[in-house]
Design a protein around this ligand. Structure first.
Ligand SMILES: [Zn+2]
Length: 173
């Protein structure tokens, strides 16, 4: 065992929004010695007194944490993930990259294939070329990071279009 995640039965008066945070994570080394323990949404005292709800070990703990990170994504990030990886939630989360990595990869892919000209630099990727005079030293557009492209608005229609593109691309490989 390397990771042990324990969730606790919250007190009845706790707001529902806090409950997903209600757990501890213990890390163990090869010899079974605990190397660290973190408290998420719960105090040391709470962890000692509240009843244990469930215990997740290793891959199950990873799945729990992955899903929690996914559920915390804002709407735009979640749409970006689901448009590039429509079947992501059917995968085994214990074997997936971190949620943050997946969001980054999804955004890169959308920008590459469905990117629209950056509204700030007009698609040039540089202030120096798009603005008559500027005090910005490097000239690189900070909105698009110099790529000249920005993410399109992820409407339901757009999400479906992107999902179709990436699904077909995967199937043709
Ligand atoms: Zn730009």
């Amino acid at each position: 065992m390397k990771i042990k995640l324990t969730t606790y039965e919250p007190p009845a008066n706790l707001p529902a929004c806090c409950i997903c945070d209600f757990h501890t994570v213990e890390h163990y080394d090869e010899s079974g010695k605990m190397t660290g323990k973190s408290y998420c949404g719960i105090s040391v005292e709470g962890a000692n007194t509240y009843p244990i709800k469930a215990v997740y070990i290793d891959d199950d703990a990873k799945r729990f944490l992955w899903r929690q990170a996914y559920d915390r994504l804002d709407n735009t990030a979640r749409k970006a993930v689901l448009s590039v990886f429509p079947d992501i939630l059917e995968k085994d989360a214990a074997k997936l990259k971190t949620v943050n990595d997946i969001v980054r990869i999804a955004r890169l892919n959308i920008r590459k294939h469905f990117g629209e000209p950056c509204a700030r630099c007009g698609g040039s990727g540089s202030y120096a070329r798009s603005v008559a005079f500027t005090i910005v030293d490097d000239g690189i557009c900070h909105k698009c990071g110099g790529s000249g492209k920005q993410l399109p608005r992820l409407t339901d229609k757009k999400v479906a279009e992107i999902a179709k593109f990436f699904t077909e691309r995967r199937q043709s490989k």
